[in-house]
Design a protein around this ligand. Structure first.
Ligand code: T1G
Length: 655
């Protein structure tokens, strides 16, 4: 067996007259410059050796090719660019068989599509997820995939970026076969068989017929969710072109569209978010510190938040002991948890067996001592300091000394809660966002005395729960709610200064927020914030600008959508601008002697985004947030900030 090295990251060996080419470019075998050069060298090696009948292309690890190397974007291009490599593979005069040992994503699937056949392990998945980075497939995917699987399916895959499992990929026609084992051996055998046949080149397949109505209908559904992003619309356009123009023209159109998107603000924002998500869990101070093992968690308080946390924990194989005040409350909590799990079974997202296994790991109780087995307890009880302190004191008495105590509080001071326990080093905050089994964001709160391995355990638990963890220090509202408060305050200043709720909401929705701030208010209800403002009234700084409009609405019983009236009116449940609110706002302005100005959408956005960025800057200066990109992730994943705008810090650099 002759071992060959085509580049630092591409190796080869000749087996049974076939050149087996293996990419080894950890962590995801991205098609970096050395991979591209290595693949071209492998093709040249094959061409120069008549005894070689064909090639097999595979890679090390569990990802076939994770895509183009995103870190190279924005740098000067290094030849050969991926489209050139892809076309060289397809044009090769000997069969090239792709042996997918794992995910083939983006450029990875485009390389596989240029091969003359594709085998895969059952664990492999395929996708063209470029739109999630604000991009398009840039190495022929928009032109080759439709030729292989038809226009509508290809458009749906590309414009949504969704992942397709091996079985579905095979039934669509993307994979020729699924191989349980000996993938390379089977691929070698297939290459030898194909060497005797006319090669099937994907690019030579006839352009797919275009059923315009089916295509347009499917496209409309996907674009409705795109919230004005460019990439999905471009994906639709390029797949349609694949049906209408010759391959070379289609590839040229794709390349031009790809470069334009790659250099545009949306893709830069989404690439920023991609890397930000992978940075967020890294805390330099925790390097080398092992988290404590967590297999059983206690959840105190089985209301909406607690039961959501329980569902998330059961879903990843943890054992859950739920605690509530009475057996009846505990039973009700169990009902709530099982109900959510059953909904997943009904929707087909969860199998019966998996659901039963999850429920078998759940127990509920009204007895503190039943939590003794817990490695970590999360409290999600009523957000009152005395209640939480009492609970932590009781838990101190029953938990093992190495068990961790986590508070889910949104606004209370976790340091005050920690101070109530005998071992404050074992306390941290785990601030989930509701519904906790759906929302990815989890603020991991580093209290003043949290031990490093306890913080490391919080991050490890977040990863186990498939949450996006962002570490925050202790401040009122942590990162998200503190910035939200600044943003809300600025919005109410704008109302007093002359803007109206629907104008502000329209500006936010045009920017990409799924829902405007005042509409969100009405949906969430105004009474809780009103109660908090009333509690704070006595200690409020009289010199600080205060907008009483929200209080006036509550005094009129306008508590939001559920009450039928809030910032908007809701006749027959539909949100409408309410002239009564406009009159109330005008009278409040008059009381303060404010002459109202009118504001354009851009002016509204500028004030709101800079208020967020300014508060973000303060969080960084105070050491509450570790990096700007963490703040962006919190606002994108917890407060609807459009990811394709990158987050408040990305959007307002150096604010
Ligand atoms: N380029 C560069 N680095 C990448 C990368 C990529 N494509 N994918 C992952 N990484 C890094 C990541 O930053 C992290 O680095 C490490 O690898 C592990 O990633 C021409 C233009 C493949 C499913 O969009 O979905 O092809 O933090 O933590 O959970 O048409 O990574 O260790 O320093 O995510 O096992 C299209 C993106 C690109 C896929 C693995 N491809 N990647 O998940 O590991 S554009 C994608 C993923 C393109 C072509 C177009 C996932 C994964 P660090 P990880 P994972």
């Amino acid at each position: 067996m002759t071992r060959l090295s085509f580049s630092d990251t591409v190796k080869g060996e000749e087996r049974d007259g076939i050149l087996v080419v293996t990419i080894a470019n950890p962590p995801v075998n991205a098609t970096s410059a050395s991979v591209r050069a290595g693949l071209m060298a492998a093709l040249a090696h094959s061409s120069d050796r008549p005894h070689l009948a064909g090639l097999v292309l595979t890679s090390t690890g569990t990802t076939f090719i994770g895509g183009a190397d995103i870190r190279e974007f924005g740098l000067p291009p290094v030849e050969p660019i991926l489209p050139v490599v892809v076309e060289a593979i397809e044009a090769h005069d000997k069969p090239v068989v792709a042996a997918l040992n794992g995910a083939a994503l983006g450029g990875g699937l485009e390389v596989a599509l240029a091969c003359h056949a594709r085998l895969a392990l059952p664990s492999a998945v395929v996708a063209l997820p470029e739109v999630k980075l604000g991009l398009l497939p840039g190495a022929g995917g928009t032109q080759r995939l439709p030729r292989l699987i038809g226009a509508v399916e290809a458009m749906e895959m590309i414009a949504s970026g969704r992942t397709v499992k091996a079985g579905d990929a095979q039934s669509h026609g993307i994979l020729d076969d699924i191989v349980e084992q000996d993938l390379a051996t089977q691929a070698i055998a297939l290459a030898r068989t194909l060497a005797e046949q006319e090669l099937r080149r994907t690019g030579d397949l006839a352009p797919p017929a275009l059923d315009t109505s089916a295509f347009d209908e499917a496209a409309a559904k996907i674009l409705a969710k795109a919230r004005g992003q460019k990439a999905p619309a471009e994906a639709v356009r390029l797949v349609r072109l694949a049906c209408e123009i010759p391959l070379p023209d289609g590839l040229a159109a794709e390349r031009q569209a790809f470069l334009s998107l790659r250099d545009g603000s949306e893709s830069k924002a989404l690439r920023h978010v991609f890397f930000a998500e992978r940075e967020a869990g890294k805390v330099a101070a925790l390097a080398g510190i092992a988290p404590r093992p967590i297999e059983t968690i206690g959840i105190a308080g089985l209301g909406l938040m607690g039961s959501g946390i329980a569902v998330a924990a059961l879903g990843v194989g943890l054992t859950v002991i739920g605690l509530d005040q009475t057996p009846e409350a505990a039973a009700k909590g169990r009902e709530r948890i099982v109900g959510v799990i059953e909904k997943s079974v009904a929707s087909g997202r969860l199998s019966r067996a998996a659901a039963d296994a999850q429920v078998s790991r759940l127990s509920v109780t009204a007895t503190d001592a039943d939590l003794t087995a817990a490695d970590l307890v999360i409290e999600a009880v009523f957000d009152d300091l005395a209640v939480k302190i009492d609970l932590f004191r009781r838990l101190d008495a029953v938990l093992r000394p190495d068990a961790i105590l986590a508070t889910n509080t949104s606004y209370l001071d976790p340091d005050a809660i920690a101070a109530a326990t005998a071992i404050p080093e074992r306390v941290l905050g785990l601030h989930f966002f509701s519904p906790a089994h759906i929302m990815r964001l989890l603020e991991v709160v580093r209290c003043a005395r949290t031990a490093p391995d306890v913080l490391a355990t919080g991050l490890a638990l977040a990863k186990r729960l498939k949450k996006l963890a962002v570490v925050t220090g202790v401040t009122e509202g942590f990162i998200g709610n503190r910035i939200f408060s600044a943003y809300r305050r600025e919005a109410e200043f704008l109302i007093e200064d002359g803007a109206l709720p629907h104008e502000i909401d329209a500006a936010l929705e045009a920017f990409g927020f799924p829902m405007g701030l005042f509409a969100v208010y009405d949906m969430a209800g105004l009474e809780i914030a009103w109660a908090r403002r009333k509690r704070q009234a006595a200690t409020r700084d009289p010199a600080e600008r205060y907008v009483p409009i929200a209080d006036r609405l509550c005094e009129l019983g306008r508590f939001g959508q559920k009450a039928g009236r809030g910032w908007y009116a809701y006749p027959d449940g539909k949100r409408q601008v309410d002239p009564e609110v406009t009159t109330l706002i005008e009278s409040c302005r008059t009381e303060k002697g404010i002459t109202p100005q009118s504001f354009s959408s851009d002016e509204i956005l500028a004030r709101l985004l800079s208020a967020m960025a300014l508060e973000g800057r303060a969080l960084l200066t105070e050491g509450i947030a570790a990096r700007e990109s963490d703040i962006d992730l919190v606002m994108i994943n917890g407060y609807g900030f459009p990811a394709h705008k990158g987050g408040p810090m990305f959007w307002s650099p150096g604010a």
